[in-house]
Ligand binder design. Structure first.
Ligand code: GLA
Length: 392
């Protein structure tokens, strides 16, 4: 009995000290992840290094992108001591050398594992090896862990994610903890104490699909947007809803890429791009690096946007910004252009306080004030994004 009590109090003491790392992701994280383009077979250390190089040379680092994350399929087995074995053919220099390279560019390094026995790609998962894996990640100087939910039959999500959170914390290397259980256990209700971002849905479709299921669990990005309605109250600095990675520039027309990127910024979503940065078009680069649009995502107030108007194909979203500013986004889901008369006073903008100066964010110009009534056209499957700054 006495020993049981000692054991229990030791455990309580240990767990009451464990927590997620504070001070990380105070604005939504920005970076690049290998999955949407390279999947399992395409990754290797050359690709990852080149992506880090390009993140710097094409100006993504300068506008805030910082994480380079290797998704699934870098791992091949476990050694006799239970430590994870890196695929030596694809990563001959090892993870520490790759981390050093990424850090030498002023960027941060992310990696992937899974709470179950195996990852979604069938590689070894962390179940039963959480502390050994966390020890390795700390040794390699990893800055970000995406933790998936395949092959977790019979496991409790809160317990499994909390266990990995505690394993990371024990190793004292601050890491962003990205929870990827696809929203099935309502992570928005519990994950704030456990991780920094949590996926809210199954995977975004990377075949450029606008809406509908494509195959398996993949969902068009506009349907993912619909699934974020009502989740806004759960997001804030250090804890964000994650509607999945960007597919900007991956088999999508420019207007849809712009709309997808803008709506993710309205959602204060993590901006993890997944395209091949080395050969992206100028249009894709301009979308991904638009400072004024990114500033709406990264706004320090940390409020997720919400829908204030919906007539089926045409929606208006609002995102409160710091210092009383407001972002308003008109989103036309239709395949025809939408003519619209914008009367600011008649829109149901929450906490609308009279007079504001209005700018068109993508056009980067001031267009007037909220006293004006504007006739405008929103092109098909595109957005018009405004920023309102209070006049006082
Ligand atoms: C799951 C995740 C994806 C990706 C793959 C890798 O489907 O949701 O984001 O990490 O696994 O296998």
């Amino acid at each position: 009995m006495k020993y049981k009590l000692i054991l229990l109090s030791t455990l309580i003491c240990f767990y009451s000290q464990a927590q997620k790392f504070d001070g990380i992701a105070l604005t939504p994280p920005m970076g690049w992840n290998s999955w949407n383009t390279f999947k399992c077979d395409g990754i290797n250390e050359t690709v990852i290094r080149e992506m880090a190089d390009t993140m710097v040379s094409k100006g993504l680092k300068a506008v805030g992108y910082e994480y380079i994350v290797i998704d699934d399929c870098w791992q091949v087995g476990r050694d006799e001591n239970g430590y994870i074995i890196v695929d030596k053919e694809k990563f001959p220099s090892g993870m520490k050398a790759l981390a050093d390279y990424i850090h030498s560019k002023g960027l941060k390094f992310g990696i992937y594992s899974d709470a179950g026995t195996h990852t979604c790609g069938g590689r070894p998962g962390s179940k039963g090896f959480e502390f050994k894996d966390a020890e390795k990640y700390a040794e390699w100087e990893v800055d970000y862990l995406k933790y998936d939910w395949c092959n977790t039959e019979g496991q409790d999500a809160i317990a499994s994610y909390t266990l990995m959170r505690d394993a990371l914390f024990e190793n004292k290397r601050p890491m962003l903890f990205s929870i990827c259980e696809w929203g099935i256990n309502k992570p928005w209700e519990w994950a704030k104490e456990v991780g920094h971002i949590w996926r809210t849905t199954y995977d975004i479709s990377f075949d450029g699909r606008f809406d509908g299921d494509s195959w398996g669990n993949q969902i068009g990005w506009s349907n993912i947007l619909d699934m974020q309605v009502g989740l806004e109250k759960y997001a804030g600095p250090g804890h964000w809803n994650d509607p999945d990675m960007l597919t900007v520039g991956i088999e999508m027309p420019v207007n849809e890429s712009r709309a997808h990127f803008t709506m993710w910024c309205m959602l204060a979503a993590p901006l993890m791009t997944g395209n091949d940065l080395r050969n992206m078009t100028i249009e894709t680069q301009e979308i991904l690096t638009n400072k004024n649009v990114i500033a709406i995502d990264q706004d320090k107030l940390g409020k997720q946007g919400f829908k204030i108007h919906d007539d089926g194909h045409f929606e208006i979203w609002q995102k409160p910004l710091e210092n009383g500013g407001i972002a308003i986004c008109l989103f036309n889901r239709d395949t025809n252009a939408k003519e619209y008369t914008l009367n600011w006073k008649k829109l149901k903008i929450r906490e609308f306080k009279g007079d504001y100066t209005v700018s068109n964010v993508w056009e980067n110009k001031t267009i007037g004030t909220t006293e004006d009534i504007i006739n405008l056209q929103v092109p098909k499957r595109d957005v018009v994004l405004f920023k309102l700054i209070p006049n006082q």
